[in-house]
Design a protein. Structure first.
Lengths: 491, 491
């Protein structure tokens, strides 16, 4: 799992002057540059389709950096040095007649240098782009292609896109990105699980009561209305992010921490997800859509108002009770939740341990709260362990829950985690452990598709929830049926 | 385990103007008074034998408070109020002809008020004192007697003293104090063990590699030369403090946190200690005596120089590898260590967990250090959990040990633990859970006596160690033979 760039590379950003590239990818490379992580002789080819963008590539990037980067991150002098790595290029990824002739010349004499093609473009032209790269003989053995989710909208469409890429790249050359996996806390989850006997021995149904995985958004549609209304929360968040996190939390210990070992274990988890079909869909899933409500004391419009359409039944909220049918997780429910316009922005994994088997303390020592490990990804990256301890301010024995910070802040002071940077450098270094294997996506769709199909076929109308709430009542009822509740980690 | 004083009491301090009383007992009561923990109508009878002490009781106490208490603790105005609870008394505990007639009158009309007789006197007159209390008809059903260690110098002498006390008090009325058990961290150890599934499930030979219990002193004889040379570290520290701590760490989970439940479990542990006899004594115990050496850059004299005698073979250091023959602790060694004039003053229990069963990480991720729980009693009371985590400052996966503070300082800010105060209030409230049952002392002597006897019979000469070191080399070799080492928790 080491990622140190020790030889030059060519990073080719298709859609190089687009939103993703300007907000995330190029700032990530700039940060890497500032940390002296970019080997001499490397290049970043920033590809655009339009003459205007091509002519102004550097000034477009500079403007974006000043706008999107953190305070004090941008340094004009350093930017000039960084700019030397940048090679503007003009090419139409989908049309071999436009610009490819000139584009090919950029690579002359650099056949031995690894090429990382980053497709920051819409998935519908992934296939064309790969075909043109192949046609131009640019796909060397040491080439990789990085693609962004969402790939497709169901198993079949995803497979079609994957197949088009696979016609020109081997699976081990294809890097499917999920930026949640770039978070340091996710890395640390693997470190904690597999380097501490205290945790790994506990990581099963004997010790764990249940697990909650939530990605709660406070925002609404943010200009993605058209895409989102066609997709919904299930495709936008559950199929990829939530199931990826579930895979990492639930996987067996890999033999090695290599990419294939980890991905093999994640695939096994996704394949072991108990299918939710027929009327079980109603029992174990909740579908919601927000209506107008107060978010942090400001009245926000409902989904239909934001959409400007009165008929959509797209879900903006999903809650699911999932089960993994293997030895480790028998009887341990995984509660998944995601939604827009919820009360707070937060993403977290909560491992709820079982309580002690016997309470030997007096009634007036207070109630025993079971141990809990919280892995928070948003808004902050941190880990917390909830333990019971004696209230040291009292002479008599009163037990109370205390939260231990596993943030290790003293050891990481000043360190800011940038998920995209990490993933980008991993892709450049050829470390695929945090990228998604085709079979993972496929297994995830296989589990998700029947639920979406059932909703559609049975015309399951979303349960309404107010903007600024924690979702529809049905979400609480899903857990209440198991005598459990969503844990508000701020409390 | 609650200790709230809710009715008046009579605390009778025999040896009330002696060192223990002035340094520890009366300051503890003053602190309790300052916290409003002393019910109206309570009294503290400060008993002395000499007319001069009797006449000046209050001024003696005031002088001592000013000398021994923490900065800002003493308040002249409050002391005046506190003084109203104090009743000076003159009585010779060992001679019924001297002062008992008058002494008895103090208790007239207070038959229903609990009496706590604290024997801050030498153990050789415990029997006389109890006999005189009985003769004076002062031992009510609601009376308790508190005695200080050391009780005896071996099983027989301890039993003789215990029997003399038992002639006048029932076992449940006898409170044998060990001030190490009054420390908040010891309380918290019980809380942590029995209110967290994360710990209690791990508390056995399947998960724990070994346990170290150390009480390291930096001081030398401190004016206790005569007593100490007759006793040695084994009687002075191992038989009581170290074995008490071992009992609390190793005991089975009690049904309830009641005094009898806890003491029953501790007795079982002490009775399960594997006897060390014959040549095993040489193999599993180390006896040491210090010679002159540098302690914190100051040359300190050796034991013989301090003693002023050239012949003593008393041990000032003991290290033992102990085993507990029961299901929970099979194969788990308990390493005990105590000594004078060691490098630092520290008392701690180290729970060394086993390492993960398989290291899946790359060699360059670094070495995995097994998890460790440290319960420190001196110089500070704190708990620490050592875990492995990803070094967040590095992009590549480098694992490093991090120490989590279980001190819960945020929740206990400003709280200062006073072991004696806690134990004194427990004794007054009739909560015996932190006091030592006769059978515990007996079991401890049964284990300790054969070792001392072997040393004596075989003329085992102490291994020498320099003042300011961690004891003789043989102490390190004891652990090296098991491929282990003493853990320096400051490192």
């Amino acid at each position: 799992m080491t990622t140190v760039l020790d030889k030059p590379f060519d990073l080719i950003l298709f859609g190089g002057t687009g939103d993703l590239s300007l907000r995330k990818l190029l700032p990530s490379m700039y940060r890497a540059f500032m940390e002296d992580e970019i080997p001499q002789g490397s290049r970043i080819l920033v590809c655009s389709r339009k003459q205007k963008d091509f002519d102004n590539t550097l000034s477009i990037i500079e403007t974006a950096f000043k706008k999107f980067m953190l305070k004090d991150e941008f340094c004009a002098k350093s930017f000039k040095q960084f700019a030397k790595y940048i090679q503007p290029a003009m090419v139409d990824v989908a049309d071999y007649q436009k610009g490819w002739g000139k584009f090919v010349t950029f690579f002359e004499g650099r056949e031995s240098i690894p090429r990382i093609f980053y497709l920051a473009i819409i998935p519908s032209i992934y296939g064309d782009c790969c075909e043109n790269l192949d046609r131009a003989n640019l796909v060397t053995d040491d080439s990789r292609v990085v693609v962004e989710k969402p790939i497709g909208y169901d198993q079949n469409s995803a497979e079609a896109i994957n197949q088009k890429i696979a016609n020109h790249f081997k699976e081990e050359q294809i890097y499917r990105i999920d930026h949640y996996l770039g978070k340091e806390t996710v890395q640390n989850l693997l470190a904690l699980r597999f380097s501490n006997s205290l945790f790994e021995q506990f990581w099963d149904s004997k010790s764990i009561d249940h697990i909650q995985i939530s990605i709660n958004e406070q925002v609404g549609l943010e200009g993605r209305a058209e895409f989102y209304d066609g997709a919904g929360a299930m495709r936008d968040m559950v199929q990829n992010h939530l199931l990826q996190l579930l895979g990492l939390v639930a996987m067996e210990s890999p033999n090695k921490m290599g990419a294939d070992n980890i991905r093999t274990e994640k695939i096994k988890v996704l394949q072991a997800l108990r299918p939710i079909t027929g009327d079980d869909v109603k029992k174990y899933t909740v579908r919601g859509q927000y209506v107008a409500g107060n978010v942090e004391e400001k009245l926000e419009p409902g989904y239909l108002e934001e959409l400007g359409s009165g008929t959509s039944q797209t879900e903006t909220f999903v809650a699911i009770r999932a089960n993994i049918d293997n030895w480790r997780w028998a009887q341990v429910p995984f509660y998944l939740r995601t939604g827009k316009r919820l009360k707070r922005r937060s993403a977290e994994i909560v491992i709820q341990f079982k309580n002690v088997s016997h309470n030997a303390f007096d009634a007036d020592a207070g109630q025993l709260v079971p141990n809990r490990l919280i892995i928070q990804l948003q808004p902050e990256e941190r880990m917390q362990l909830l333990l019971m301890a004696k209230d040291m301010t009292q002479l008599k024995t009163v037990l109370k829950p205390v939260k231990l910070d596993l943030n290790f802040t003293e050891s990481s002071s000043g360190f800011k985690s940038f998920g995209y940077k990490r993933l980008l450098l991993d892709a450049i270094a050829g470390n695929a452990s945090l990228f998604i294997h085709r079979d993972e996506g496929s297994a995830a769709w296989q589990w998700v598709d029947p639920i979406i199909d059932y909703w559609k076929e049975n015309n399951v109308v979303p349960d309404l929830y107010r903007a600024g709430s924690w979702g529809p009542n049905e979400s609480d009822e899903l857990l209440a049926a198991d005598k459990r509740e969503w844990i508000d980690i701020e409390k």
